[in-house]
Design a protein around this ligand. Structure first.
Ligand code: GLP
Length: 241
């Protein structure tokens, strides 16, 4: 696992955007795995800027998002659908049919999970997966547990996650209790992985990812087994390593 420590959030975001840009230049029909949360927002801003300057063409790029809340429709302002369109997809020339996000309001959630997993396989797997990290070391919405499903599945969110994500909702009660997430296996099959983290509240999770033992109790530790994983963190997120 490569670790890149940057001076601040801005540099972290720029470095991540440059990796994405390089990837798309090398392979215009790249399959990108994308993350939500506040961490990748800076990277999305840089990518939009690069697109506006004519430096990236997203017309053949295919994307798969990591996760979506169960019960929130695409129009709900706190859904990850809304987040992705509002913060990224509306501003670039990606084709709508190339965008994939799990459907959190599917009638049959199990079927939706299998469908999503099949779609990833049909696209040839993910070339470059961008990840954030939860304060408890979750990636996507793979929460710490005794065992973790490897494929796309429905999860029950932990209290830590509900507390961390309630800032986007009116109250903790409004945060959905379940989500659909790509599994650790789906993530690990990506050819390249880039995990981003910024700020002191991520320092413990980063320390455990890099220096801790491989355990499903800290899902991000699985990344130590990946042949091409890079962690880009700012000084604060790196403060405990
Ligand atoms: C959510 C998402 C994760 C993300 C995490 C961290 O739980 N499911 O994919 O990594 O939040 O979010 P933030 O970047 O806002 O700290």
């Amino acid at each position: 696992m490569r670790v890149i420590i940057t001076v601040d959030y801005k540099e972290m975001s720029k470095k991540a955007a440059e990796i994405v840009k390089r990837q798309i230049k090398e392979r215009p029909n790249t399959v990108l795995g994308l993350a939500t949360g506040s961490t990748p927002l800076g990277m999305y801003k840089y990518l939009i800027e690069m697109y506006k300057k004519g430096e990236i063409d997203f017309s053949n790029v295919i994307t798969f998002n990591l996760d979506e809340y169960v019960g929130l429709s695409a129009e709900h302002p706190q859904s990850y659908h809304y987040f992705m369109f509002h913060n990224f997809f509306h501003h670039i020339n990606i084709k709508k049919e190339n965008i994939h996000i799990p459907n959190g309001v599917a009638l049959d959630l199990e079927e939706e999970c299998s469908r999503y997993e099949e779609e990833i396989e049909k696209a040839g797997g993910i070339d470059l997966q961008i990840l954030g990290i939860g304060v408890n070391g979750h990636i996507g919405f793979n929460e710490p547990d005794e065992s973790i499903d490897t494929k796309t599945h429905v999860v029950t969110l932990t209290e830590d996650t509900i507390n961390a994500n309630k800032r986007f909702f009116k109250s903790a009660d409004e945060v959905p209790k379940k989500a659909i997430t790509m599994g650790l296996g789906s993530i690990m099959k990506a050819k390249k992985i880039v995990l981003l983290a910024s700020g002191k509240n991520k320092a413990k999770a980063i320390k455990e990812t890099i220096k801790g033992q491989l355990t499903t109790k800290v899902p991000s530790t699985v990344l130590t087994l990946h042949p091409d994983a890079t962690i880009i963190i700012d000084k604060e997120a790196a403060s405990l390593i």
